[in-house]
Design a protein around this ligand. Structure first.
Ligand code: SF4
Length: 336
């Protein structure tokens, strides 16, 4: 079977898991092309107005796969962590297959993958998904174990600083080689800019206007929440009231770490216009967390109208300001 995976939302977080699982069960995985003006236009036209641009882009990617595949896989991420208190993902992730189903009439069959770790373990959801392709439990179990391994390696590569595309390309590369490569990249930069946001905003090159590329051109290394160990985020969160949204908790924890970190020279806070959860985390980060910290932070709100020039100008001005500030500080410390 040809299974399409839309290049949007949590594609950037879980793609190697999904791909390995489906390919091990003899499917051909087709990923929609990178976001461009047409994908965005199709998404905007097929979606209700008052939803975030990240979901609109996902709709555009679904349309890009429409006549190419037998199935389109759409995850329904309800809860992605099992803890003492109840946590969920953004309501759009929970309702994503329903939104797609009710907006489009002539799509290939939707392959729904529900993850609800508060109520059932991941392997159960995997078995339900894979029963569409195999009745052999051992085969599904082996594919599941293999998919977990790929995901683990992918997350390690993200921690080394590779983008999701770069990490996918290096999944077969020996770990030491990838580590050396990432260290070389790191040595090239004289500045570290943390970007606080969701992976589907940071790494969608059309939406973020290739933020990582712009920073690399300016010799600045980009640090993102996916590069932090889970323990670091957990320790930071202990200082704040509990939040119900898993991915937003990660943002608050990462933001708290970045704002205090001596390694970080400045922070770009990429916010999605019309994002419900972000409207709360933004306030927490900019009011509560920021109060206790010194590192400069620049909030940047993006939506479907964000222009390339405005975005680049603001990023470049911020990086220049941070670099000047850093060299000024170094001169003062040197003088003392
Ligand atoms: S968290 Fe915000 S940006 Fe992400 S899907 Fe939900 S509303 Fe959209």
């Amino acid at each position: 079977m040809k299974v399409g995976i839309p290049r949007g939302l949590m594609y950037y977080k879980y793609f190697p898991f999904w791909k390995t699982l489906l390919e091990d069960l003899q499917n051909q995985v087709v990923v929609s092309p990178k976001t461009d003006a047409k994908v965005l236009k199709d998404g905007v036209e097929s979606c209700v107005d008052d939803i975030c641009v990240a979901v609109k882009i996902f709709f555009g990617h679904v349309l890009a796969l429409k006549n190419q595949v037998d199935y389109i896989m759409v995850p329904r991420l309800v809860s992605v962590e099992k803890g003492e208190s109840q946590t969920f993902t953004c309501p759009k992730f929970i309702a994503l297959p329903d939104m797609i189903r009710h907006n489009f009439t002539e799509l290939p069959s939707l392959l729904e993958f529900t993850v609800d770790l508060q109520n059932r373990p991941l392997w159960m959801s995997v078995f339900k998904l894979c029963s569409n392709f195999s009745r052999n439990p051992m085969r599904i179990w082996n594919a599941y174990r293999h998919a977990l391994e790929s995901q683990k390696k992918y997350e390690k590569l993200l921690r080394y600083g590779f983008s999701p595309d770069e990490a996918v390309e290096r999944l077969e590369v020996p770990e030491e080689e990838a580590k050396l490569e990432s260290e070389k990249l790191r040595k090239k930069s004289d500045l570290c800019i943390a970007v606080l946001s969701h992976p589907y905003l940071i790494y969608d090159e059309f939406l973020s206007q290739n933020l990582q590329g712009t920073l690399r051109k300016m010799n600045a290394r980009m640090l993102v929440p996916a590069m932090l160990e889970a323990d670091i985020i957990k320790a930071e969160l202990a200082c704040y009231d509990e939040l119900s949204w898993s991915y937003e908790k990660d943002l608050v924890g990462a933001g708290s770490h970045f704002l205090k970190s001596k390694e970080v020279d400045g922070i770009i806070f990429l916010i999605c216009f019309a994002c419900g959860p972000d409207s709360i985390t933004t306030e927490i980060i900019l009011r509560e967390v920021r109060e206790q910290c010194d590192n400069p932070i620049m909030p940047l709100v993006i939506d479907e109208h964000t222009g390339t020039v405005g975005m680049h100008t603001r990023v470049e001005a911020f990086v220049d300001m941070v670099r000047r500030q850093k060299s000024h500080r170094t001169r003062i410390v040197g003088g003392l």
